[in-house]
Write a protein that binds this ligand. Structure first.
Ligand SMILES: [Fe+2]
Length: 219
């Protein structure tokens, strides 16, 4: 398999337009920080990992995936997934019936998000757990304001994956990249940092996403 180069799939000007439209502030000096597994309460993340594992086992295509995925191209485009000419398969899928564990995790991460943002926050949205198949890419994007001011991406299982971050606020367009893993998660200002994982994933991974907004954020 040849090495695929990262793709920056969102136009920077588009991100700047989005920022100008919503007027989100810069809350932290750098826009993101890594969150080591050891800092997260053990109970909630273990219960979420267990719930995700059980949910994945219930998916029929999960059992088929290893056989099919060997046929996938290096770069897989959302909406155009096929496995060796077979039926279309999605690049990622939400694992259902993890609601209680997701809500518990969302609350348990609130102090970390608030400490990062330096202000009071309230939980807004959560997504997942989402199972990404090998070959998936997460397109570069900025999150919706104000419900997604602060985001936390939690890796539940799977390989390391490089996240690219571009500070699209004002004129500071310094790209950065960080590698997340089962032991290293990431907090970020989702409305300010254009972010994504444009390098095709090397093996199946499960992650969950938690979002917060400032209590005093404008609407
Ligand atoms: Fe995002």
């Amino acid at each position: 398999m040849s090495e695929a180069r990262p793709l920056l799939l969102m136009d920077v000007g588009e991100a700047l337009d989005a920022l100008e439209a919503h007027g989100g502030p810069r809350l932290t000096p750098r826009g993101y920080e890594l969150l080591d597994d050891g800092r997260i309460a053990d109970g909630p993340i273990q219960r979420l990992r267990h719930a995700a594992r059980e949910a994945a086992r219930r998916r029929r295509w999960y059992r088929e995936s290893e056989r099919e995925l060997g046929q996938w191209p290096v770069v897989v485009w959302p909406g155009e997934m096929t496995a060796a000419g077979q039926r279309p398969v999605p690049p990622s899928v939400v694992l259902h019936d993890c609601g209680d564990a997701m809500r518990e995790m969302h609350q348990s991460l609130l102090p970390h998000a608030a400490a990062f943002a330096g202000t009071r926050l309230q939980p807004t949205m959560s997504y997942g757990p989402r199972l990404y198949r090998r070959g998936s890419v997460l397109l570069m994007h900025v999150d919706r304001y104000p419900s997604h001011e602060i985001g936390i991406s939690v890796v539940l299982s799977g390989p390391r994956w490089e996240m690219h971050l571009v500070d699209a606020s004002m004129a500071r367009l310094q790209p950065a990249s960080e590698t997340t893993s089962e032991h290293t998660h990431i907090l970020y200002e989702g409305c300010r940092m254009m972010h994504g994982c444009p390098t095709p994933l090397r093996a199946q991974r499960v992650a969950a996403f938690f979002h917060y907004r400032r209590c005093e954020a404008s609407t």
